[in-house]
Design a protein around this ligand. Structure first.
Ligand code: FES
Ligand code: FES
Length: 217
């Protein structure tokens, strides 16, 4: 659970407690349990990440859990469980909640990030497998001064995001395509975006946005 999610949970708990005194005791107990478990999970990473390599090496198996990777241009070292997926690391250890979890089974594309420039489902990629690689999330798509990428601008101009849940994955996939093929045909864009499902059905808007972006200098 990220710090933001924890904060949101606490805020909701506070609001509910004010209006539902009859449920106060049991609900508070539940919230306390959730927050406590979230802190335990995230603090494990930070506490171990803060130790020196030498100290970590003194604990059998600890060194293997330390994964170095470059995320959005920054070198990061994270304590990663063997079965931990990249989206879990990004969202819950590094606080990059722009990458969404939809199906969690390689079906919807909501979790798409770039790994060494290739659009990748982070929900079924083990973080251990991206050791030393360059990962770019939706937070790293805009320029260094916050200027939007041409794909992001085109998506706004074409009114592509409806609820917006699939938008980060659509943008990352489109950026990967245009980096490889600056002037795709409509068919090529449709094939590239075919792994990104949109429950709002805004497929034509996303298609038009990528075609618009491809015409930008
Ligand atoms: S959440 Fe990864 S493909 Fe759906
Ligand atoms: S804009 Fe709502 S899921 Fe795509």
């Amino acid at each position: 659970m990220s710090e933001h999610d924890t904060h949101t949970t606490c805020q909701h708990a506070h609001d509910h407690e004010a209006g539902e005194t009859g449920l106060r005791a049991s609900r508070r107990d539940v919230i306390k349990g959730v927050v406590a478990s979230g802190v335990a999970v995230s603090s494990t990473g930070y506490v171990v990440a803060g130790r020196s390599t030498e100290a970590a090496a003194q604990t059998a198996g600890a060194v293997e859990r330390m994964v170095r990777l470059n995320v959005n241009g920054n070198d990061r070292t994270v304590d990663v469980l063997p079965q931990e997926t990249l989206v879990q690391t990004l969202r819950y250890k590094l606080g990059l909640t722009g990458t969404k979890i939809g199906c969690d089974h390689s079906e919807c594309g909501n979790c798409t990030v770039l790994v060494d420039g290739v659009a990748t489902y982070s929900c079924t990629t083990l973080t251990q497998r991206v050791r030393g690689k360059k990962v770019v999330t939706i937070e790293g798509i805009a320029g260094p001064n916050g200027q939007l990428h041409k794909v992001q601008k085109a998506m706004m101009e074409e009114l592509a995001p409806q609820c917006g849940f699939c938008t980060p994955g659509q943008i990352v996939t489109a950026v990967a395509l245009l980096n490889q093929n600056a002037k795709p045909t409509e068919d090529e864009v449709m094939v590239a975006l075919s792994g990104n499902l949109c429950r709002c059905g805004a497929y034509n808007h996303y298609l038009n946005a990528v075609m618009r972006a491809s015409k930008e200098a």
